[in-house]
Design a protein around this ligand. Structure first.
Ligand code: PLP
Length: 302
C-alpha cells in the first residue's frame, strides 16, 4: 500500500529539491560516504520552534571552515531550507540535520586535490529522536567506560562535528555486550571525553564538571553551563578520569537529540540511589523551561 503522506516520515533537501526522506539519495562516489569527509550539525525543533539555531549555524560554519568546505548558501538560505524541511514534514518536534559533504570528484580530476571538488549541501528533518530512550532517561541510564579510546583529537578534531564514528560505534557494541545502555570514552591518557552523540557531566559535592578535551563543544553543554551558573551550582570545564566518574554523586549526558539525560549507573557504581539525581533533575527541568524563552527560539513559521 502506498504511503498517504511520505513527507510525514521526514523531508530531505538533496541536490536542490525537497523529497520524502525515503527517496533522499547521495552518490556512492561522494567523499562524504567513501571517506567520511563530511561535516554536519543537528538542531532540534520543539513545539514549532528551532532551539538555539544561531549557535548551531555558528558551529556548522566553523566546522565547514575547518574542513575547507564552501557551499553556495548563506545562513539565511540555510535557515529557509531547514524551515521548509520541517514545514513539509508537518512536525512540531523534530530532529533537523544540515550536512555538507566533500562531493564527487569530476571525471579525470586529480585524486590528491580535494580542494577542487565541489562541496554539496544537504538537509533533512525527521520526527524527534532521543539518543537515550525516554524510559531509560526516566530511570537513569546505565553507562560503561569503554575500553576503546576516543580517536585522538589531533587526528580528527572532535570540535568539528563529524562522521568518524568508528570508535563510538565500537563503544556502543561494548555497552551492548555488557548489558548497559550506552558508553563513555576516554582519551589515550585516561581522561573522559564524551559518548556516542552526547557530552558528559559529573557532579561531586555540588560542583559540576564537564571534560575539557576530546569532545564536541555541544550546544546543550553550553546551555547546561549557563543553567548551572543561573542556579548557583559551581561549574567547570576541566579534567575528569574514569575514577572521578565512578566516584561522582551524579552524572548526566547532554545532546540536542534528547536534552539532559540522567545517568544512574556507571560500570559497577550506583549513583544517587539508582535514580536520576537532584541536580540532574533540576538542570533537566530548567533546560525544558528555557524552551519557552523567546531569546533562544526561531519559529518554523516566521
Ligand atoms: N558529542 C558528539 C560526538 C555528538 O555527536 C553530539 C551531538 O550529536 C554531542 C556531543 C552533543 O552536542 P549538542 O549538544 O550540540 O547536540
Amino acid at each position: 500500500m502506498s504511503d498517504p503522506d511520505p513527507f510525514a516520515r521526514g523531508t530531505a533537501f538533496v541536490d536542490g529539491a525537497y523529497v520524502p526522506i525515503a527517496d533522499a539519495k547521495i552518490s556512492l562516489l561522494d567523499w562524504g560516504f567513501i571517506r567520511s569527509d563530511v561535516t554536519y550539525d543537528v538542531v532540534h525543533v520543539w513545539r514549532g520552534a528551532f532551539f538555539r539555531l544561531a549557535d548551531h549555524l555558528d558551529r556548522f560554519e566553523r566546522s565547514m571552515a575547518g574542513l575547507r568546505m564552501r557551499i553556495p548558501y548563506d545562513r539565511q538560505a540555510i535557515t529557509g531550507i531547514l524551515r521548509e524541511c520541517v514545514r513539509r514534514s508537518g512536525l512540531a518536534n523534530a530532529y533537523v540535520a544540515m550536512v555538507t559533504t566533500r562531493g564527487v570528484p569530476a571525471p579525470g580530476m586529480p585524486r590528491a586535490r580535494p580542494s577542487l571538488i565541489e562541496n554539496r549541501f544537504h538537509a533533512y528533518a525527521l520526527p524527534w529522536i532521543d539518543v537515550i530512550p525516554p524510559d531509560v532517561q526516566q530511570r537513569g541510564a546505565h553507562l560503561i567506560v569503554a575500553t576503546t579510546p576516543r580517536i585522538p583529537a589531533d587526528s580528527v578534531d572532535p570540535t568539528i562535528k563529524n562522521y568518524h564514528w568508528g570508535d563510538l560505534v565500537r563503544a556502543l557494541f561494548e555497552a551492548e555486550d555488557a548489558g548497559a545502555d550506552n558508553a563513555v570514552l576516554l582519551d589515550r591518557d585516561g581522561y573522559v571525553t564524551e559518548g556516542p552523540g552526547f557530552n558528559i557531566f559529573a557532579v561531586h559535592d555540588g560542583r559540576v564538571t564537564t571534560p575539557d578535551r576530546g569532545a564536541l563543544e555541544g550546544v546543550t553543554r553550553r546551555t547546561v553551563i549557563e543553567i548551572c551558573r543561573q542556579l548557583g551550582h559551581p561549574v567547570a570545564i576541566g579534567q575528569l578520569t574514569a575514577d572521578d566518574l565512578r566516584a561522582a554523586d551524579e552524572i548526566f549526558a547532554t545532546t540536542t537529540a534528547g536534552g539532559v539525560m540522567p545517568v544512574s549507573r556507571i560500570d559497577a557504581a550506583i549513583l544517587a540511589n539508582d535514580r536520576p539525581g537532584p541536580i540532574s533533575t533540576r538542570v533537566k527541568d530548567v533546560y525544558w523551561a528555557w524552551h519557552d524563552q523567546d531569546r533562544f527560539l526561531t519559529p518554523v513559521e516566521p
